[in-house]
Design a binder for this molecule. Structure first.
Ligand code: SF4
Length: 381
């Protein structure tokens, strides 16, 4: 069976993004259903060794346009470990001034650590603030407090122009006033990018098991979301993806690879790769991964129809939507031939608009984005 790494080697001109998963946190947050485990001490070098083994030692020709070190909590890594990872990727791949992002927890941030990672070539930081209210942070089970979050953002902004701040809305008992204040503080800190996520109550998380009764109603959450849209826009942030806002030229290059349904290589436990028509996921057990780096737990060979469908669904998360010419260039079929009836229906029902060759989501299409996917799926059944 062909692996994602073999597919890349067969396709040396294919540009990619690389995702590296660090599945460790100091403690699990109440709402978290990401692949991560709580650890007491430091991240052991044996996990880093496995990441290197998964990549191997044979060089690739493929140009890399982004590297994203996500988690988990990558800010638990020592700069030396980050250096080992970046140096190895740099040795194997053809860098084209890639965006190199690391996710960080405010609690881990010190001036010295941020300075060191900048010196290693990291050029974008994404900080998980979530809220500037201590009661809300406690409710979510985060380990930092509001004071530390502000301090961390100030340190990051001293070293990076390109940095992102995550906020969560729809936290039980959050008032609209508090949400407004969260956005105001965020804007004052002046990140180049802000992500706003609606808190989800995922089955299997402590939040779902213990606190589902506290869940605020959807209309209230939509109201908070609409406020964020207007406020952030009026402060110079473009709403370029359902949950993401950026100043001009500061959209996240790595995440755009996912939203454009382009190719990426995922390294580490549970990491997904998508190359050609293969989507695969690494084994999610850390012990197994350390023993057998790169072992897969899922391998899906997608049909052309599935890739087309996913490409549209992902593009319709973006305010830019999709140009019919780019669809034609990629698939050699016209978007109308493949999805005409569904697209017309979505336009008639106010989810999409069409103008000069571009299909893009309307405000309603942003708010009720799942409906777009559902109608497109019906079309190919
Ligand atoms: S820090 Fe992030 S990955 Fe870790 S437990 Fe909290 S939400 Fe999950």
């Amino acid at each position: 069976m062909t692996t994602s790494i073999e597919l890349l080697k067969n396709n040396p001109t294919q540009e990619i993004g690389i995702y590296i998963h660090i599945p460790f946190c100091k403690k699990k947050c109440e709402y978290c259903d990401f692949l991560s485990v709580a650890i007491n001490g430091v991240i052991q070098d044996n996990y880093i060794v496995s990441l290197i083994k998964e990549l191997g030692n044979d060089p690739f020709q493929n140009p890399v346009k982004s590297i994203y070190i996500g988690g988990g909590t990558p800010s638990l890594l020592k700069p030396k470990q980050i250096n080992t990872i970046i140096t190895h990727v740099n040795k194997l791949f053809n860098f084209i001034s890639p965006e190199i992002t690391i996710e960080v927890n405010p609690d881990d941030i010190s001036d010295a650590w941020i300075k060191e990672i900048k010196d290693l070539g990291i050029n974008r930081v994404s900080v998980g603030v979530q809220t500037f209210y201590d009661e809300e942070l406690e409710y979510l089970g985060r380990r930092h407090n509001a004071k530390k979050a502000i301090e961390a953002c100030k340190i990051i902004s001293n070293y990076f122009d390109n940095w992102s701040l995550d906020l969560i809305f729809g936290i039980p008992f959050q008032t609209k006033e508090r949400w407004k204040e969260n956005l105001k503080i965020a804007v004052e800190l002046n990140p180049s990018h802000i992500s706003t996520y609606n808190l989800t109550f995922e089955k299997g998380t402590p939040l779902y098991e213990k606190k589902l009764k506290d869940k605020p109603d959807d209309d209230f959450c939509l109201d908070l979301y609409k406020y964020a849209e207007i406020y952030l826009y009026s402060n110079g942030y473009e709403h370029y993806e359902i949950s993401n806002f950026a100043k001009k030229n500061y959209s996240c290059i790595h995440n755009l690879i996912y939203w454009h349904n382009e190719y990426y290589l995922g390294i580490g436990t549970g990491a997904f790769s998508f190359i050609d028509n293969l989507r695969c996921a690494n084994i999610s057990s850390i012990e197994e991964y350390i023993k057998y780096p790169g072992k897969k737990q899922e391998m899906d060979y997608l049909t052309d129809g599935e890739i087309k469908l996913e490409t549209l669904i992902q593009h319709f998360r973006l305010s830019d939507g999709i140009h019919e010419k780019s669809y034609l260039n990629r698939f050699s079929t016209h978007i109308d031939e493949d999805f005409g009836p569904a697209l017309n229906n979505l336009i008639e029902n106010g989810f999409l608009e069409y103008n000069q060759g571009i299909y893009k989501p309307t405000a309603k299409g942003f708010y009720l984005n799942n409906e777009i996917g559902r109608q497109l799926l019906d079309c190919i059944k």
